[in-house]
Design a protein around this ligand. Structure first.
Ligand code: MG
Length: 205
């Protein structure tokens, strides 16, 4: 498959591999015809470009949810802290300017609806059925469980739940995303599709 994106995707900061991004795009091409798509954890917009391009092609919409204050591992002094994404005046991580820049460059301002809020707040009064949900938010147990419980129930039949950073081997990476992937499987509500690299994919029955 040749997927041509409107920008050089490697110029966007982020932790999504090429094969994972392409799988997101492929899944969203169909899922976005069932309802709007939503991602949790947009960071600087890398996955947003893949999902947004698929949504744009189908004249659908992508809700891009992130508080833009960074996950645990992005904070000052942590392993994945990036000084370029730190607002020293506010003493806080701020990925929203980089995110907006990415979306504008990619020509996706007519497709992507940014939501700058926590998952818990954004979902509190949510009632729109979703064609696809991509979870790539905080990797603590609490954050991952909140994301799963907040959004998985809104996916329509035939829609897709995608979860990033699935590491069945604890030595390879944190376990929280893997735990919610297991929760989804155990719920009986989803059929597991083939995992792509560390991207878990499930289809709502
Ligand atoms: Mg991730």
């Amino acid at each position: 498959m040749t997927l041509s994106l409107p920008i050089d995707i490697h110029s966007v900061k982020g932790f999504l591999a090429d094969d994972e991004g392409q799988a997101l795009y492929q899944q969203a091409l169909h899922a976005s015809t069932l309802g709007p798509c939503l991602e949790v954890g947009s960071y600087c917009g890398k996955s947003t470009v893949y999902l947004g391009c698929a949504c744009r092609r189908q004249n659908s919409v992508l809700y891009a949810l992130d508080h833009h204050r960074g996950s645990e591992e992005h904070q000052l002094g942590e392993e994945y802290h990036d000084p370029e994404l730190y607002d020293a005046q506010r003493a806080a991580v701020d990925t929203f300017p980089a995110f907006r820049h990415t979306i504008a460059r990619a020509g996706l301002e007519d497709t992507v609806v940014p939501i700058v809020a926590s998952s818990a707040l954004a979902s509190r009064q949510w009632s729109t059925p979703l064609g696809m949900v991509f979870i790539d938010g905080g990797h603590s147990e609490e954050a991952a469980q909140t994301d799963y419980r907040s959004w998985a129930g809104h996916i329509v039949s035939g829609g897709i739940l995608a979860i990033h950073d699935i590491f069945p081997d604890p030595a390879a990476g944190g376990q929280a995303p893997y735990h919610i992937w297991q929760l989804a499987r155990a719920s009986g509500l989803f059929e597991a599709l083939a995992t792509v690299n560390t991207l878990g994919l499930l289809r709502r029955r």
